[in-house]
Design a binder for this molecule. Sequence first.
Ligand code: NAD
Ligand code: UPG
Length: 332
Amino acid sequence: MKIVLTGGAGYIGSACLRWLLDHGHDPIAFDDLSEGNPPSVPADRLVVGDILDTEAMAEALRRHRAEAVMHFAALAIVPDSVKDPDNYYRVNVLGTKSVLDAMRRANVPRIVFSSTCATYGTRAEMPLTEQSPQAPEHPYGTTKLAAERMIQDYASAYGLGYAILRYFNAAGADPDGSHGEDRRHETHLIPLTLQVAAGRRPRLLIYGDDWPTRDGTCVRDYIHTADLADAHQKAVEAIGPGDGRVYVLGSGHGATVLEVVTACEEVVGRPIPVERTGRRPGDPPTLIADPSKIASELGWSPRYTDIRAIVETAWRWLSTHPEGYGPKPGRH
Ligand SMILES: NC(=O)c1ccc[n+]([C@@H]2O[C@H](COP(=O)([O-])OP(=O)(O)OC[C@H]3O[C@@H](n4cnc5c(N)ncnc54)[C@H](O)[C@@H]3O)[C@@H](O)[C@H]2O)c1
Ligand SMILES: O=c1ccn([C@@H]2O[C@H](COP(=O)(O)OP(=O)(O)O[C@H]3O[C@H](CO)[C@@H](O)[C@H](O)[C@H]3O)[C@@H](O)[C@H]2O)c(=O)[nH]1
């Protein structure tokens, strides 16, 4: 299938693009490089552009004769969204509207959307299913929920097929260590912990050890990017005309912050300095998926269910690419 991936030079988008190439599809990335890395995808598969430019997006869809869009492009850091909601509503909500309008102009019949478990809020019961009530508690989650609703409204009015995938915590790198996570400003637990292990940061701050969890630190469901990519492939292949699907997408297993640090110590073979500090605003204590719907409907199951195996891939990338993908172009 000919597929355009918005945000396809980013961490998850580029992992999906490489996966789709390896599995017989014809993907290209459409990315403004505000966070993406050109070396993460083949040069002839990258179109540089802004999703808010509807005509540029439509032109890329027409030129590639796209049969599907995977919409990854977004701003996705919770505390930044609290400080700068203007930018989050612009890129995540108006940007999604622009992508949908470009798809209508270019007659593209299906979309797979990157949503998030951050649309649920802190009060839902664990594990989370597609039926759990959505009540986001920060602008990032609100903008992602607004984008979900917009896709569903466009689908019922204009006959679009869609799959909404609510991911949990994306983690890991390509198993051969050739590609991985490289952001301008890293905030995610596993890369930060491994950067401390590599001597690039003095210590890891642990945000809260008094949460109501088994060791007092937050529990998250870490899902490897290869498992995310596999789910995207299965979802895009399953969407029929006018078909709408929603799936939660996690491994079904939770790890605490301290368990992640221990896994990192086991993988790198030495202790990692940590400092316990206060809770980070907006953090829910526990987020765990129940992925049984995507398992039964699409035959998806995660290959990475052990946090140590996920960390091993991330360490292979980080320890062999201390500069990541190198200098970042065009950042704003
Ligand atoms: N990382 C996670 O744990 C996680 C979890 C749940 C959902 N998600 C969602 O998955 C998607 C990808 O996340 P990621 O971690 O790969 O982030 P990322 O920042 O690495 O990727 C986002 C990409 O979008 C591009 N982009 C941003 N604004 C753009 C614009 N206006 N026009 C074109 N391109 C633009 C960036 O350059 C970047 O390459 C996001 O939609 C995010 O909300 C991520
Ligand atoms: O230096 C750090 C960084 C993180 N944490 C903790 O580690 C856990 C995981 O944090 P992080 O890796 O920042 O991920 P989340 O805040 O859970 O958010 C990610 O996962 C969400 C889905 O759960 C996505 O929607 C977001 O885009 C993505 O950033 C949280 O309990 C944090 O408090 C620390 O203790 N110290």
